[in-house]
Design a binder for this molecule. Structure first.
Ligand code: FES
Length: 111
């Protein structure tokens, strides 16, 4: 899949918040940092916790299950960049948030 998918309107994700969205069957966590949107794989690499439901503190999201923190811009775990979540390209078009899945998050059947 090399195209952008609309996942929400800008007004649905206020600054300082995030949510989980479905991008063609893949759960992605989207965050609004002062009007700029970032998207990462929703699955925490520790045990699969839903990062889109985590608390956003500055540029970091805290996993709601066991508290690991990730920088939503880089995808790196805070204090241990050996753990990372995959980032997605995000753009805003006419008030809509659009996401493009990287190859590593696409299902084999996606095109
Ligand atoms: S599943 Fe995220 S910290 Fe454990």
């Amino acid at each position: 899949m090399d195209h952008y998918i609309t996942v929400a309107s800008v007004s649905e994700i206020p600054p300082g918040t995030g949510r989980t969205v479905d991008v063609e069957g893949v759960w992605i966590a989207v965050f609004n940092l002062d009007g700029t949107f970032y998207a990462i794989d929703n699955a925490c690499p520790h045990a699969g916790g839903p990062l889109g439901e985590g608390k956003l503190c500055g540029t970091d999201v805290e996993c709601p299950w066991h508290g690991w923190k990730f920088n939503v811009m880089s995808g790196e775990r805070v204090g241990n960049p050996n753990f990372q979540v995959t980032r997605c390209d995000v753009r805003v078009m006419d008030g809509r948030i659009e996401i493009r899945l990287p190859v590593e998050l696409q299902f084999p059947s996606s095109s």
